[in-house]
Design a protein around this ligand. Structure first.
Ligand code: HEC
Length: 259
């Protein structure tokens, strides 16, 4: 606005210049006034501009300072926060590391413990197994020895029994043979018709039951029939039965019948 006013004044002055000497004077004065006013306006404008510039500079400076300050504060704050964060991270990391170390240590300890336990258990089990095996082996050896001993004893016993039985049989056989040799069997079938198979009858209704007589009495009777010194009414009959018998045969037959 001020600039337009100045320009209008200048234009009017220029128009007035064209109107002669008076006009020239007037114009000159006007021009001077205009120049003065313009100068004053310029000065005012300069001053204002200067003030604006100063203010602007001041404001800008303030702004810059404020910005700087704010930036600084922000930087400081950021550094602080970063430091805090770093510290916190370091602290947390340290704690985490400690916890991890602790956990690792605990795991290691537990693992070592479990491994030791497992080893102990294995050693114990192995020991038990060895003991059980030894025991079983010892029992087997003992049982085998026992069985072997029993078998040996049984064999010895059986052998002894067999030997005894054999010896007994031999003895029996020997005795039987000796008996046979001592008393050769005589065929007494001829006697059975009158005296019965076992001399259990009363021959012809008159004789004694010969099987009930003693060996001595039988022998005495038979010898008596030979020489006529024994018997009853039918002694002649019996003399014929034993004719030709020697003393040995009479002895053997007497023993055989008396039993
Ligand atoms: C035919 C029948 C007859 C025959 C066989 C016979 N006996 Fe006799 N025996 C008699 C009569 C009978 C008497 C009783 C005689 C008497 O003493 O009167 C007798 C008696 C005896 C007696 C004595 C018994 C007593 O009463 O004292 C003797 C022992 C005997 N006989 C043994 C034998 C023998 C051993 C034989 C076979 C080798 C035999 N006799 C065959 C009939 C027989």
């Amino acid at each position: 606005m001020t600039k337009l006013t100045v320009l209008s004044v200048v234009a009017a002055s220029l128009l007035l210049v064209g109107c002669g000497e008076e006009v020239k004077e007037t114009a000159k004065a006007a021009t001077e006034t205009v120049a003065e006013k313009t100068s004053a306006a310029v000065d005012t404008t300069k001053e204002a501009a200067s003030a604006v510039a100063e203010k602007t500079t001041e404001v800008a400076t303030d702004a810059v300072d404020a910005t700087k300050e704010a930036a600084s504060t922000v930087a400081e704050k950021t550094t602080e926060v970063a430091t805090d964060a770093k510290d916190a991270v370091v602290e947390k990391t340290s704690a985490a590391v400690d916890t991890t170390k602790e956990a690792a240590s605990a795991v290691a300890e537990k693992t070592a413990e479990v491994a030791t336990d497992a080893k102990d258990a294995v050693v114990e089990t192995a020991g038990d197994a060895v003991d059980a095996t030894k025991e079983a082996a010892t029992a087997a050896v003992e049982k085998t020895a026992e069985v072997a001993t029993d078998a040996k004893e049984a064999v010895v016993e059986t052998a002894a029994a067999t030997t005894d039985a054999a010896a007994e049989k031999v003895e029996e056989s020997k005795e039987a043979v000796a008996e046979k040799v001592a008393a050769p069997a005589v065929d007494l079938a001829a006697c059975a018709a009158c005296h019965g198979t076992d001399f259990e009858k009363v021959a012809m209704g008159v004789s004694k039951v010969v099987k009930d007589m003693s060996k001595e009495d039988i022998a005495t009777a038979l010898k008596g029939y030979q020489d006529g010194s024994y018997g009853g009414n039918m002694k002649a009959l019996m003399k014929g039965q034993v004719a030709g018998w020697d003393a040995a045969k009479i002895e053997a037959v007497s023993a055989q019948i008396a039993k």
